[in-house]
Design a protein around this ligand. Structure first.
Ligand code: PRP
Length: 215
């Protein structure tokens, strides 16, 4: 009997784009395109079952084996360090993790730097590597507000087009690392469904290469 590959897709624009790539790679599941609120879709013939998952939860589903593979941003992987295999860079969802501040920001090294972020582990590691003492302020969203209201000196956040920063009179101070979507796999699924997963990775790899060539 053919084994299903269970795939956690990040809900939203990135997930839809990645589903399109999986479709091109031969893993289509037409019911997923229907307008409804279902969260699980399968195509028995292709042996795939897709789940729509909150983007920041994809790595948890994969780490714990509820999904065999999934698509997660490098930001989430860097922040939570899930125990999974990273198999492929999908070269989409490209952005960067950066430090940003008000345009007139000057670092006063006499006191800890107040850093507001959703990515506390990334920020803590980054400043520890520079030997800079910080006061970390964990926020859940609208991080750009923090320096404007004087809650923090800087933010560590995702910058894609830079529009959010520009429209709030903030600018990038430095970049921590580049981000893109990655295909991740559960470690034991990778062993027990190696044939199925490797075939998918190779077909998806070809779709990514073809897309890169037309860029
Ligand atoms: C992210 C990030 C920035 C914005 C950057 O927010 O936190 O606010 O995108 O994109 P830009 O450089 O293209 O303007 P997201 O939309 O994920 O929502 P959030 O406020 O919940 O973080």
């Amino acid at each position: 009997m053919k084994e299903y590959i269970n795939i956690a897709l990040p809900k939203g624009r990135l997930g839809e784009k990645v589903y399109g790539m999986l479709e091109s790679a031969g893993y289509e599941c037409p019911s997923i395109r229907e307008e409804n609120r279902k969260l699980i879709f399968e195509n028995e013939e292709k042996g795939v079952r897709y789940f729509w998952v909150k983007p920041s939860d994809v790595a948890i589903y994969v780490e714990r084996g509820a999904a065999d593979i999934g698509i997660a941003g490098k930001d989430i992987l860097a922040e939570y360090s899930p125990d999974v295999f990273e198999l492929l860079d999908l070269k989409t969802g490209v952005c960067r993790m950066a430090v940003a501040a008000k345009k007139d920001f000057r670092d006063d090294r006499e006191r800890p730097l107040r850093v507001a972020t959703k990515f506390t582990n990334c920020a803590t590691r980054f400043y520890a590597s520079k030997g800079r003492e910080i006061d970390i302020i964990h926020l859940n969203g609208s991080i750009e507000l923090a320096p404007i209201l004087g809650l923090s000196d800087v933010i560590v956040d995702i910058v894609e087009t830079g529009k959010t920063l520009r429209e709030n009179d903030l600018c990038v101070v430095e970049t921590l690392f580049p981000i893109s979507a990655r295909l991740i796999a559960n470690k034991s699924s990778f062993r027990f469904k190696s044939g199925e997963i490797e075939t998918l990775v190779s077909s998806l790899g070809k779709v990514i290469e073809a897309k890169e060539e037309t860029k």
